[in-house]
Every structure is written in C-alpha cells, then in structure tokens.
Write a protein that binds this ligand. Structure first.
Ligand code: SAH
Length: 362
C-alpha cells in the first residue's frame, strides 16, 4: 500500500474512508487478520450508509469492532450550508475536520443529475479568470474528502433520485492531487459502494502534462482539458501553467492520450470578450484540435466584480460555435448555472471568503 493512501487523524488512527477496497482489504485482512467477509461488510456499510458508530454496523464480531475503534476512524464532512439556485442547481458547502470549507455543485440537466466535485482547498494554478485561483492552494483534499462528496450528496437525495455523472470541475486542479484522486475515484467506481461507471466520471485539467499519462494508466475515466486559448502567448496571459507546459506540449499529450474507440476528449474554452472570442480564434482552435477526437464546450465567461473581463455577446458565442461546427466539431455552449448562488464555473470559494471578510470582527 503506498504511504499516501494512509491518512491518519491526530491520534494516529487510520481514516477508513480514504482506503479503496484493495487497501482496505490489505489492512483488515492481511494486517489485522480479520475475515474478507467482515472486511467487505464494513466497507460496504461505510460507502452506502451514513456512519454513526461501529456499533451500528450489523453482524460484527466484538473483537473486530474493538480493533476498528482503537485503530481507525470514519471521517465525515459537516454540512455547512446547502444553497439552492433559482435554476435548480444546488451548492453544498462542506466543513472538513480542520475547518477548511469546500464546495460541490449538483446540477440538474433534463432528468439527470451531475455532481461537480472539488479536489483541493483552493488551487495553485492561478488562472486569471477564475476566482478559486485567488485563494492559492491551501491544501490537498484527502481521498475520503473527495469521495465523500458524492456519498453525502447521494444520501441526501430522495430515493427516486440518483447522481448520474461526476465531474472533477469544482475547486482545485485534480491532476495536482493525483495521489489522492486515484483512490478517491476508485472508491467512486467500486460496485460495493458508490458504483459509478468509469464512463460517468470526467476529470478536468488545466494541462498538467506529465500527470495526464499517469491518470490514464491508473483509471479509465474521461478527460476534459481547459484549453481556453489558441496561441502560446494568449494562453500564457491567462493560464500561468502554460509557462511550464506549453500549448504545443499539451496538445501532444492529448494526441497521445489513450482513448477507447468512440471516445473523445472534452475541450473546455472559456470565452472572454475581445480576448479569445474572434473568428480567427475559432479557426485556430479548429486547426489545433485537428486529428484529436474532440468535443468542445464553450463556456461564456462568468463575470466577477473584481475582474476587468467581460462575457461576449450571445451572438458572438453562437457565431464562434457555428465556425467550429462547420469544421465538424461537436460543440456545445455551456449554459450558466447557479449564478445567483455563486456556483457557476470559476466562482467557487471566493463568495464565501468575501462574506467571511464582511462578517469578521474589526
Ligand atoms: N482545474 C481544473 C478543474 C476546474 S474546472 C480545470 O481547470 O480544468 C473549471 C472550469 O471552469 C475550467 O474549464 C475553467 O476554465 C472554467 N472557468 C474558470 N473560471 C471561469 C469563469 N469565471 N467563467 C467561466 N468559466 C470559468
């Protein structure tokens, strides 16, 4: 078991919800000498039920229960706030054990629910248009803190409703926390637990090039790439990561990304008025993606009061889309959701900080 998979609390007890099944089994069966059946029972309980105490897990030998109580613990996320938008989007604010607050956004799309999850507290990527970037990276989320987002949202839904898709498009850069993301998504896919198919999970990245191949080697999930610009210079201006990994390098990594037949990479493109929304950008984007199985999501910029950036007019967005479609790219305009509760793309984290600043004692 890699050491990073073992998260502990301050009393040295193991965080059981950070262990995927292989690690969980290694601990309970190989190390503690318990039976695989009991290990499975505990694991299934942790990932299908709200946890109250080890006493509440049925049919456990007393010795097993004692062992769990002494050496392990089950973390949770406290619900800080649940805010519903007029458009049906729901933002969940969670308080972690150390007081950090993270966010998940539940987005209804026709009759399907998509959960947008966070992978870090804050983010180190500092993209100029994104408010989460202003926070900097506070810390990595543990595997349990990532995987408990769909667990707890799922448990809060009425029985007829179910989350259909998971997207790692909330706070943070998921590939900057790959060591915890991999066990977390393995937990999301476990058919004794959360049971999401790998095709239902999408990991979105700014383009941490070396980590893209590592992700593909570890998990067969979908990849989304926030490309956002069409020249090296333009991308450097809004996404500092481009200084480390150029646009050309990123596109090479996309070409090399192992895709099952019929699958494509989702390219996200934030549209900023007068900056990257011209016809020439659309043509360049189409040229850049030539030969890569692609789908494109155009995201009209969600404006933030402390930014000088503007959202393009709707006609500009549709003209840009039309050019890409002419070139044969499946292109969707991402509808802004949850703007009234600061749940839209690029707005996570900051609104709460601002509120906190306002209410802080002088
Ligand atoms: N760090 C990852 C995961 C975050 S996904 C990534 O960048 O892919 C968040 C998506 O929202 C990204 O595609 C990002 O480019 C986009 N985004 C960020 N701020 C935005 C804003 N203000 N308006 C519209 N889209 C934004």
């Amino acid at each position: 078991m890699p050491p990073h998979a073992l998260a502990h609390d301050d009393q040295g007890r193991i965080d059981l919800r950070s262990l995927d099944w292989d690690a969980f089994r290694a601990l309970m069966v190989d190390e503690w000498g318990d039976s695989a059946t009991r290990a499975r029972r505990v694991f299934r309980h942790l990932w299908t039920q709200p946890f109250t105490s080890f006493e509440a897990i049925p049919n456990l030998a007393l010795a097993t229960r004692r062992m769990l109580e002494q050496r392990a613990y089950v973390p949770t996320l406290q619900t800080e706030q649940v805010i519903e938008s007029e458009d049906g989007t729901t933002k969940f604010l969670w308080r972690c054990e150390d007081g950090a607050v993270i966010e998940s956004v539940l987005i209804p799309d026709n009759d399907r629910l998509t959960l947008c999850m966070s992978s870090q507290v804050g983010c180190a990527m500092a993209c100029t248009f994104c408010l989460t970037g202003d926070m900097g990276l506070k810390r990595q989320l543990k595997a349990s803190e990532i995987a408990m987002q769909p667990l707890l949202v799922g448990l809060s839904l009425p029985p007829e409703k179910r989350i259909a898709n998971l997207v790692l498009m909330g706070m943070g850069e998921p590939l900057h926390n790959l060591d915890n993301l991999v066990p977390a998504l393995t937990l999301c896919m476990d058919d004794h637990g959360l049971n999401f198919g790998h095709r239902k999970i999408t990991v979105s990245t700014v383009g941490l090039v070396p980590k893209m191949a590592e992700l593909a080697a570890a998990l067969p999930v979908n990849l989304a790439v926030s490309i956002n610009a069409t020249t090296e210079e333009q991308r450097r201006q809004i996404m500092p990561i481009t200084r480390k990994h150029s646009l050309a390098e990123l596109l090479d990594a996309c070409r090399a990304f192992p895709l099952p037949s019929g699958k494509s990479i989702l390219f996200e493109y934030v549209m900023l008025a007068g900056f990257n929304d011209a016809d020439e950008d659309a043509v360049r984007l189409a040229d850049l993606l030539e030969g890569i199985p692609s789908k494109i999501n155009l995201i009209p910029y969600n404006e933030n009061p402390d930014r000088d950036l503007r959202r393009p007019a709707p006609e500009r967005v549709t003209a840009f889309q039309a050019l890409l479609m002419q070139r044969g790219y499946f292109t969707k305009i991402r509808i802004t959701r949850g703007i009234d509760v600061s749940a839209a793309c690029g707005q996570l984290g900051k609104a709460r900080q601002r509120n906190a600043a306002v209410s802080a004692p002088a």
